[in-house]
Design a protein around this ligand. Structure first.
Ligand code: SF4
Length: 308
């Protein structure tokens, strides 16, 4: 094992061979920090016709909820196990910047006023970040902890068409540059095993995203076919990876291609079992994550190793 890993990365990675966001947050806030998924009642322009219809083919249309009571309920539960934990509110469902700046301001600050909430995580599309919205995010970023998540899934426009993402890579590049100029932390979401993509294409997406200037984080997971998605209708027998081993082999290579400054937010999917069609083994999150750790140990490697 290299001295650089032993002396620098081991402590930063909190015992892992990659940089988990949990380690970053523990150091930043001084305590375990938990993301509370909330539903801000937003929709998606790729569903209502303003950008496209039907949504990305893998996306299941999950319903909305009353977020303020959810926060209380979730904190009460977590407090039993982690009494000193800190909390971030995660606007996760649909496109969470898809509203007027006035409405967004109201929704974001309503949550930020909650005494237990330290900051926000906002999941959105790169084509829903105009200047007024970026100004609002910049303002919040100066006062609170914030990161923005962009669902890119792939850098390849031909795949983007196939999955009905309804924006081009150029749009993503502009959003990334706008966020970076405003010093807003950004996390990019990639999906492995999209239809039509081979291993080289997936690795190219990971390498390209990994090379983005000052990128804060990456989320990776396998494509899941879920009940109620367009993917289920289009490709009912589709399976992104035939085995855990095949998936783990790819993910360990991806990890080695991501710079060690970038936090890793996800390495496998989290689909509720009743909704999952394939890969059938993918509900077993703990086994997949353990297998990734084992493989990295076996190869005696770590995040960024292949970058030299
Ligand atoms: S994945 Fe995101 S952008 Fe695509 S349809 Fe679902 S909510 Fe909209």
């Amino acid at each position: 094992m290299s001295a650089y890993f032993e002396e620098v990365l081991k402590e930063k990675f909190d015992g892992k061979r990659y940089y988990p966001i949990s380690s970053y947050l523990k150091k930043y806030f001084g305590e375990k920090t938990i993301k509370l998924a909330i539903d801000g009642g937003f929709t998606c322009p790729n569903r209502d016709g303003s950008k496209g219809f039907g949504g990305c083919i893998f996306c299941s249309d999950t319903g909305s909820g009353e977020f303020s009571s959810h926060i209380e309920d979730q904190i009460e539960l977590y407090k039993k196990k982690w009494p000193r934990a800190k909390y971030l509110a995660y606007f996760q469902n649909h496109t969470n910047t898809y509203a007027s700046p006035t409405e967004l301001r109201e929704k974001y600050y309503q949550i930020l006023e909650h005494k237990e909430i330290e900051g926000l995580v906002i999941g959105t599309r790169p084509d829903c970040l105009d200047n007024e919205i970026l100004d609002l995010l910049e303002e919040i970023n100066k006062k609170y902890f914030l990161w923005v998540e962009l669902g890119l899934q792939t850098i390849h426009d031909e795949t983007a068409k196939l999955i009905n993402r309804c924006y081009d890579y150029e749009v993503f590049e502009k959003a990334i540059s706008d966020l970076e100029k405003r010093k807003i932390k950004t996390v990019v979401h990639l999906i492995l095993g999209l239809p039509g993509e081979n291993r080289e294409m997936m690795l190219e997406s990971v390498k390209t995203v990994g090379s983005i200037k000052n990128l804060f984080g990456i989320k990776l997971h396998m494509l899941n076919v879920v009940k109620g998605s367009v993917l289920e209708k289009l490709y009912p027998n589709y399976c992104s990876f035939s085995s855990i081993e095949e998936y783990v082999d790819l993910v360990t290579e991806c990890i080695q291609l991501i710079p060690d400054t970038i936090t890793i937010h996800r390495l496998t999917a989290d689909v509720p079992r009743p909704l999952l069609i394939s890969p059938v083994w993918s509900f077993n999150k703990r086994t997949i994550l353990n297998s990734i750790d084992q493989k990295l140990n076996l190869l005696d490697t770590y995040q960024g190793k292949l970058l030299g």
